[in-house]
Ligand binder design. Sequence first.
Ligand code: ADP
Ligand code: MG
Length: 465
Amino acid sequence: MLATALSTESAQLTPWQACQRYIEEKVPPSTFETWFRVTELVIRDDGCACIQVPNKFAADIIEANFHDLIKEALAACGVSFSALAFERAVGSERALVEQLAEQAAETQSRQVPQIVSESTGRFNSDYTFDTFVEGDSNAMALTAARSVAEKPGNNKFNPLIIYGGTGLGKTHLLQAIGHYAQAECTVGHVVYITSEEFLNEYKQFLRDKKSSFSFYKKFMDTDLLLIDDIQFFSGKQETQEQFYLIFNKLLQENKQIVLSSDCLPENIPDLEARIIKRFQGGLNIDVMPPNLETRMAILRKKAESGGHTLPDEVVQYIAEHTKSSNVRVLLGILIKYICSTTFHDTGFTLDIAKELCGGAITGKEERLSMKRIMETVANAYGIGVNQLSAHTRKKEAVLPRFVAMYLCRKWTQQTNLTIGLEFGNRTHATVMSAVKKIEANLTNEGQAELRAKISEIEGRLKELS
Ligand code: ADP
Ligand code: MG
């Protein structure tokens, strides 16, 4: 094959430089930098216009997406050609640099484990299918994740998109897929990357004006691509474009793609319509907040993985009283609980769980009733319960009444109004002022005795609840 370099006299540009200018006007600058900067044109003897690109990956992407645009550019720049072809460059200096980089990466990738990504070191061995607790809230997502891991690419779940709130197990599932596919060798090359890493690496390539190969090389031989938290692509047009090109290429070749998002992709603001359309061609499946039973199972499993068996009442208490639906928060409390019981050498007592769950003695079921509080206070002060609600200003009854009102306010969900009614039809203002007085006294240096009394009562209440 005889290659003929062309030149135009008019603008001292080669025909391909003229074409590149044309193309540059029609595509986003970042796309031009990534896919067209390092290209050449060679017209073969048979009249075929041969676009030379650094590697097959780039050739495929350019051909699939910009075939018509290149033809248009050639025609506009007066280059006559019989056909259009793409091939790996052999001659140009920049192409050579790209090729060397590619060869170096290939050699390197043969030496490293199969999961190749910048994030390899961050792969968390806790995140496997075995450690994932199935519940109504995540059963569908788990089934889809398993079948994708078992048969990547060849299934109707491509792309698989797992979406849902924070801390509901999306990253766990993505990593479990990667682990499984790698361990069971269901697939060759696995890449896990967060959308933020994707964004940053792309920005860095544009900033450093490095070879674009440095950016897309990790996707070249990918058989299973896992991208976490794609909501961060929101509003990042240039990155979205590159993502779309790579994503499409892999999908066309039946490579498996799994993505996670904190909401349904069509609700991600400023995400290109064509990307959303492609997502809709796959399976979008949500993970929901786990119910009580699943939360308890998660706590048990996590505790057991650390060699601890917790009493049921503790597991249930933590599962019931952690307000957030985020499993990470739930597990955070469990870890604190285990540390704290170990540190104080108390054994797995319920008290410590209560303290950690916001010190709330009360639960949803309002286990501690006002009646119980009134009895305990009266008892502690050695007076009758009826004296708390009696309309007497006797000194020995006033302080206990105030303390009882304060504790009802603190440990029940009752309003001042209801509390007032319970204490002999007193007004809500009376309750409010009683509570304020006690609170003020509790912070008063001279009131150590009151503080001790109240904490003694609270101790008794905890035992009772
Ligand atoms: P997301 O990516 O949805 O924000 P993660 O996957 O990071 O949430 O989950 C947060 C934490 O909760 C992780 O430690 C994860 O292992 C744990 N987790 C969430 N759901 C489950 C589950 N069903 N079984 C076991 N652990 C879970
Ligand atoms: Mg996550």
